[in-house]
Design a protein. Structure first.
Length: 394
């Protein structure tokens, strides 16, 4: 009969850790059968001392690492690692980032893959999961956008990295799985549309329209204009100081039950998403003069003029849509104001580095690749510069 026993194998190259059941036949041949044991630090398995003699290893086991734990991967699930990873982030990331990760895990990853045993995860399972998200994912079963699925995949990769840091053997190489992002062209306002919008806003000044004018001429983000206060505007220096942003985030189920009326979301105001987003933006003399004539309570929000009331991003988006209708313009995303500002600046031959800092970008590549949309007129003007070469025969 074949002899059966569990053994721990030392890996001189440090490639990983794994436990195997070693079956030794009467002829002396070894057969390695993975028993799915995770590596975390002990030396006994079910009361049996395991061998760790590197000299006694069969050739097939030369690359197996010394085991550091005895908890079986048969009982560890993806959901367990995901929850531990999430718990580890609680004091490391902003609340909005934590809630985003929590939502992606509990809305998509945990329901589909949470109960799967870690060692049973494979490439085919994850690819099928992503395919379903793209085709029938979401509440309406119409499929999620490639950007959302890419975000879900990014969270899944981070869970895998966390599990690896805990000593778990990787069931497969998850980093090789990618989600192709669909690049949708952002529609910006044409020069004529920009003029029509400007004329409407100047002719219908109120707190919110003042905010739209600021966005049109400074490129502020939606959350930044909602959090902007009059005290952030220096009329002596003609600058705007951007140092916080407003957003509405979801409240976790257990926290929602504790709030009045069981609210599911809340408004938060926090520092911007990156260090480069904290910035001072120079204003044109005309914009500074307009704001100076309209300025409200110094401690109040620009969009309300009050300290005890603000305009949240979703409300500002709805207001922008109404303004577009009244101005006789086609619907565009609020973010188009920021893209329009960047494009107009490039058309006027702004220094790209200065523009990048005004927009709060970490580097100029983001500015050029995502926010600049050369118009056909600009392309014609640039091509016309070649006329001089033709005139002199090159």
């Amino acid at each position: 009969m074949a002899e059966k026993r569990k053994m721990v194998y030392l890996d001189p190259d440090g490639h990983g850790a794994e436990l195997y059941v070693i079956e030794r036949s009467e002829e002396g041949r070894y057969v390695l059968v993975p028993c799915g044991l995770e590596a975390l630090g002990a030396r006994e398995i079910s009361g049996t001392t395991v061998a760790a003699d590197a000299q006694a290893l069969p050739p097939e086991a030369a690359r197996i690492a010394a085991v550091r734990s005895v908890r079986t991967q048969n009982t560890v699930t993806l959901g367990e690692y995901a929850q531990k990873w999430l718990d580890s982030l609680k004091w490391q990331v902003k609340e909005s980032s934590y809630i985003k990760y929590w939502n992606l895990l509990n809305s998509y990853i945990i329901p589909e893959l949470g109960n799967m045993q870690w060692y049973r995860l494979n490439r085919e399972t994850v690819e099928l999961f992503l395919s379903r998200l793209l085709s029938v994912g979401g509440q309406k079963k119409r499929g999620l956008s490639s950007r959302t699925v890419s975000d879900i995949m990014a969270v899944l990769r981070r869970v895998f990295r966390y599990a690896a840091d805990c000593g778990a053997a990787m069931p497969f190489n998850i980093s090789s799985i990618t989600v192709k992002k669909e690049s949708k062209e952002m529609r910006i306002l044409t020069e004529e549309e920009g003029r029509k919008l400007y004329r409407y806003l100047r002719g219908n000044l109120n707190d919110r329209n003042i905010g739209l004018l600021i966005c049109l001429f400074t490129g502020l983000r939606l959350g930044e204009i909602c959090a902007l206060k009059w005290e952030d505007i220096s009329f002596s220096e003609h600058t705007l100081y951007v140092h916080q942003a407003m957003q509405r985030i979801q409240i976790k189920d257990d926290e929602a039950r504790k709030t009045e009326a069981g609210r599911r979301t809340k408004i938060i105001i926090t520092p911007p998403k990156s260090r480069s987003s904290v910035r001072k933006i120079p204003m044109t003399a005309e914009l500074a003069m307009l704001l100076s004539a309209y300025r409200g309570n110094r401690s109040g929000y620009v969009l309300t003029g009050r300290t005890d009331a603000c305009v949240e991003p979703r409300t500002m988006e709805r207001h922008f849509k109404k303004v577009l209708e009244k101005a006789g313009l086609e619907n565009v995303n609020f973010h188009a104001l920021r893209h329009t500002f960047a494009t107009r600046c490039v058309e006027m031959e702004f220094d790209v580095k200065s523009l990048s800092e005004i927009l709060g970008h970490a580097n100029v590549n983001i500015t050029l690749n995502r926010y600049v949309h050369p118009t056909m007129e600009l392309k014609r003007r640039n091509m016309q510069k070649l006329s001089a070469l033709m005139a002199v025969g090159w």
